[in-house]
Design a protein around this ligand. Structure first.
Ligand code: NAD
Ligand code: TYD
Length: 362
């Protein structure tokens, strides 16, 4: 698979976007230029790509800016003439959307509109181009004990985050049906892996455990998520960009349903193996699992997500390359080997956010 045009990536300084840029430049036959438009919110970190920026000078371009800035987005289309857009930029954390939904509507809804409108203006009826909108399985709502989300499951978003992503999916789909803009959409389950901002469950657990801090488990810990290693998400998106059909939606998932409490126990077990608590002074003689702390539940906490990804597996031949054990081991290894990244993230805003988050849960 090769592609030589330019790709405009939004939100490429965040978790999945930075892994996607790295994946495409380092592991595919892509020959063009990658333009990364990112506002650098608390979740955006140029450090995520500093080595890539050096190694791919001339083929990787960073632009600091807001996807809601329609004029800027139009200028970028004109200057770099992309033939593909990979639209990742979003406010992405459910808990933050509960405390402050405004930014979610602004970026996820209005920002997506701005990107679609600029693409429509610039591509002006071309069919040899692609706008890929990256979305979440959370738009489908919450499942009971059985079943899985398919591409035809009706939308039923329940948090301000998932509602804003659902809105953006509908607008993206409308641009295909109304204007013929070649849009594809993917709805993916929970990702984990390197460069994940430590407000989300798995990186939060790793860092708190290493520092001997509580491992907060919301409610009874029996909510279920379907986990996918981030590079497997990136390979799925790349396949859709190259071979997926315009106007089509693809669900992406690892077929790896786990209760939150089991994720917490897996992280503790793995850390005991690679960084035994007995040799970690922060643990003061206790074990990692002693840190598990049940806390007040998240309001409107979706009980279970599970993805039926048979369409992308059947039509595009995609499958994940990492199971949970291998993915988690690679993730923990990355966090252990990148203390400078962690220190920078912590300085930026992570600790203030945690303080505020915990205060409101008492
Ligand atoms: P993230 O929060 O780590 O990164 C988001 C990036 O977008 C940051 O670099 C941020 O600076 C940038 N951004 C935010 N607002 C912007 C704006 N107005 N203009 C330009 N840039 C802006 O998020 P992530 O986890 O990497 O998620 C990326 C995408 O994937 C999102 O659309 C999210 O909904 C979707 N998704 C995430 C998951 C997951 O598990 N993390 C699962 C499925 C889908
Ligand atoms: P999260 O990583 O925030 O992703 P999402 O809400 O998009 O699924 O949370 C994953 C699951 O872990 C979710 O059920 C909420 C739960 N959770 C905790 O139990 N404790 C925590 O500290 C966090 C951040 C999440």
């Amino acid at each position: 698979m090769a592609h030589s045009g330019n790709i405009l990536v939004t939100g490429g300084a965040g978790f999945i976007g930075s892994n996607f840029i790295r994946y495409v430049l380092e592991k595919t036959a892509f020959k063009g230029r990658m333009i990364n438009l990112d506002k650098l919110t608390y979740a955006g970190n140029p450090e995520n790509l500093s080595d890539v920026a050096k190694a791919y000078k001339g083929r990787y371009v960073f632009v600091k800016g807001d996807i809601c800035d329609f004029k800027l987005v139009g200028q970028l289309f004109k200057k770099y003439q992309p033939s593909m857009v990979a639209h990742f930029a979003a406010e992405s954390h459910v808990d933050r959307s509960i405390f402050g939904p405004k930014d979610f509507i602004e970026t996820n809804v209005n920002g997506t509109f701005s990107m679609l409108e600029a693409a429509r203006n610039f591509w002006n009826g071309r069919s040899d181009v692609r706008f890929h909108h990256i979305s979440t399985d959370e738009v489908y709502g919450s499942l009971g004990r059985t079943g899985a989300f398919s591409e035809t499951t009706p939308y039923d978003p329940r948090s301000p985050y998932s509602a804003s992503k659902a809105s953006s999916d509908h607008i993206a789909r409308a641009y295909f049906h109304t204007y013929g803009l070649p849009v594809s959409i993917s709805n993916c389950s929970n990702n984990y892996g390197p460069r994940h901002y430590p407000e989300k469950l798995i990186p939060l657990l790793i860092l708190n455990a290493l520092e001997g801090k509580p491992l907060p488990v919301y409610g009874d810990g029996k909510n279920v998520r379907d986990w996918l290693y981030v590079e497997d998400h990136c390979s799925a998106i790349w396949r859709i960009l190259l071979r997926g059909e315009a106007g089509r939606t693809y669900n992406i998932g690892g077929g790896c349903e786990l209760k939150n409490i089991d994720v917490v126990r897996s992280v503790c077990r793995l850390l005991e193996r690679v960084r035994p608590s007995a040799s970690n002074a922060a643990l003061k003689g206790g074990s990692y699992s002693d840190l598990i702390t049940f806390v007040k539940d998240r309001p409107g906490h979706d009980r279970r997500y599970a993805i039926n990804s048979s369409r992308i597996r059947r039509e595009l031949g995609w499958k994940p390359a990492h199971d949970f054990e291998a993915g988690l081991a690679a993730t923990v290894d990355w966090y252990l080997k990148n203390p400078a990244w962690l220190a920078a993230v912590r300085r930026a805003s992570y600790s203030e956010w945690l303080k505020k988050n915990y205060a409101s849960r008492k």
